[in-house]
Design a protein. Structure first.
Length: 232
């Protein structure tokens, strides 16, 4: 399978402006690739930089050096140098992201929150709602809940809405930051099934998962992030 994502010698640090401008190095020399249909899990202790790597791939953080190459159709883009317009296009067409927290406009129904990524890309509202309802049903959210805003849900329900929204678009690359952290066993199993389906369809996945059982179930390869620890 072709390489869908490649990180080459990537580094990230933060400037602590409230601490006299101290520069805090997070990771350095991050180098790995992900093939289409492969799930790579980033492992390491809390604070090692796993989520920071995901955020650099998604363009929320700018890396200090290196390349983050993604394949979009027949072209490759370097996220490290991408313009805001290019990043918006990549997020619509190439890179999906399930963060640890759901961010949704208050009072918007769940069905609209989940269907929005499809509607933005031109899918008719009725078809987008039908696909969203099917995805939510796989995550045990259905019936009257579809028309309620996620703000009224429990933490676990909100996370399932978050997962449904991220998994719904058929994108080449999917980033997962602790997608099963607040879920019970049945819903963890449902997410594992969705990940397996994405892999069968050729999606390249990078995941951060602390649950060892989930990690073993979904990972084709594990990248230990401590090897990228920045020098003190």
């Amino acid at each position: 399978m072709m390489t869908a994502l490649e990180l080459c010698d990537v580094a990230k640090s933060f400037t602590m402006h409230l601490q006299g401008g101290v520069r805090l190095s997070v990771v350095a020399s991050v180098t790995f690739s992900v093939r289409a249909g492969e799930c790579v899990v980033l492992a390491g202790p809390s604070g090692a930089g796993k989520s920071s790597i995901l955020k650099m791939i998604f363009g929320n953080y700018r890396c200090d050096q290196g390349q983050i190459l993604v394949r979009d159709g027949g072209r490759s883009f370097d996220i490290a140098t991408a313009t805001p317009r290019q990043m918006l296009a990549l997020r619509n067409n190439t890179i999906g992201y399930v963060s640890q927290f759901l961010r949704a406009v208050p009072r918007v129904p769940t069905i609209d929150v989940v269907a929005e990524p499809l509607i933005v890309c031109g899918t008719p509202r009725g078809a987008a709602h039908a696909k969203a309802a099917d995805m939510l049903q796989q995550l045990n959210i259905c019936g009257a809940l579809l028309n309620l805003p996620p703000a009224t849900f429990s933490g676990g329900e909100q996370q399932r809405v978050n997962i449904a929204r991220g998994f719904l678009p058929d994108l080449p690359i999917l980033l997962l930051d602790e997608p099963t952290a607040s879920l019970d066993a049945d819903n963890r199993a449902a997410v594992q099934k969705l990940i397996a389906e994405k892999k069968r369809h050729g999606t390249a996945i990078v995941a951060v998962v602390h649950d060892e059982n989930v990690r073993e179930a979904i990972a084709d390869r594990i990248v230990e992030v401590t090897q990228f620890a920045a020098a003190a």
